[in-house]
Design a protein around this ligand. Structure first.
Ligand code: SAH
Length: 343
């Protein structure tokens, strides 16, 4: 297979261009075409001589060229789910969401997921990890389609980003490159099921991104039931400790995601337990209304309110994610189910 240039940093691209005995500044032009103008082929790069475009086409491929297969809007919301095809025929879903402050791209870091969390529809089957170029390509495909630039990126689609550590971080660096898409690092959120060694490593990368941790339970028993693989890697106490250290090192507040599941993790005792676990930490809890799956049901609004009340009463900052039915959460949490509705 031809070498991919879509996932290369500018300096790496420059090395490849010089290898073709072309001037180094061409690398800057090509990088901008891919990462700012979202070109999907070398022939589109109209300020390059035709001979060079042909040569590049012969030598390289562009992994950021991700094709839209289908899209579906969510009625009443400015949210669009996309079914996309990356290289090797891999099908993934990405979501474009518009908020008051701009557009957010939700990208998948893996096709499928190996973590098997019981409430998440993405974990049915792991197919493969996505490359950094393909992650950029998801955002760029949606950008081309909407004609609007993204101001935020969330690594919250299918897959576990920290189980695809190198490519996910390469993506964060590429998409935040001022010579490329230039999305501010503080506007990038990486959501993980909580892999402690990788969180430690991430704290030393010097990236100002937002870390979101899918906790979903205040004790090990409940977490083992909901997230069997993640819970087998470390206890909730160890996870909270690693996140505390992450916040200390990076000075960035960690977001804990807690999906509210009726009768499973939503009691006042659970709220107290959670408050005890996170007491004094630089953190924030985001309560997410569950998108019902199999026997699991969303907690009633009143239960969510009472749960939030306990947390804020104990000084833990808490927000309730907007409940948009088949909206944003469905898009992020149930990619596979969404895939079916798109078919
Ligand atoms: N592997 C990463 C990112 C993918 S999941 C992680 O675990 O964080 C992205 C977010 O969607 C997570 O917070 C996850 O808990 C949530 N989610 C998954 N299934 C959901 C569902 N059925 N309803 C609501 N949120 C869900």
């Amino acid at each position: 297979m031809k070498m991919d240039v879509g996932g290369l940093f500018l300096e790496e691209l420059a090395v490849e261009i010089e290898r073709l005995h072309e001037p180094k500044y061409r690398a800057g032009q090509i990088f901008r075409w891919m990462h700012q103008r979202n070109a999907v082929s070398f022939q589109e790069m109209s300020d390059l001589p035709k001979g060079l475009r042909d040569k590049l086409e012969e030598e390289f491929r562009i992994s950021t060229s991700v094709a839209i297969i289908k899209k579906s809007g969510i009625p009443g919301e400015d949210t669009t789910k996309y079914l996309l095809e990356a290289g090797q025929g891999t099908i993934i879903e990405s979501v474009s969401m518009a908020y008051g402050y701009g557009r957010t791209a939700c990208v998948s870091t893996q096709a499928g997921c190996a973590m098997g969390c019981v409430f998440c529809a993405s974990g049915e089957m792991f197919e493969r990890s996505m490359t950094a170029g393909e992650m950029c390509g998801q955002a760029y495909a949606m950008q081309r389609d909407t004609g609007e630039k993204f101001s935020r990126v969330v690594l919250m689609g299918s897959g576990e980003p920290l189980a695809n550590y190198d490519e996910s971080l390469r993506f964060v660096r590429l998409v935040s490159d001022p010579g490329g898409a230039n999305v501010g690092r503080r506007r990038i959120t990486l959501s993980t099921c909580g892999l402690p060694r990788e969180i430690e490593k991430l704290s030393k990368e010097g990236l100002a991104l937002t870390l979101a941790v899918s906790l979903h339970a205040s004790n090990d028993e409940t977490r083992a039931r909901l997230m069997p693989k993640a819970a087998s890697i470390c206890s909730v106490k160890e996870l909270a400790k690693v996140c505390r250290e992450y916040a200390n090192v990076t000075k960035r507040r960690v977001t804990y995601e807690h999906t509210m599941i009726k009768g499973v993790n939503d009691s006042l005792a659970n709220a107290k337990e959670l408050a005890g676990l996170l007491a004094g930490d630089l953190c924030h809890v985001n309560l997410i209304p569950l998108n019902g799956i199999q026997a699991l049901e969303r907690s009633p609004a009143k239960t969510v309110e009472a749960f939030a009340g306990v947390l804020s009463g104990k000084g833990i900052p808490v927000t309730v994610r907007r409940s948009l039915g088949a909206g944003i959460e469905a898009a992020c949490g149930q990619l596979k189910a969404g895939h079916k509705t798109l078919d």
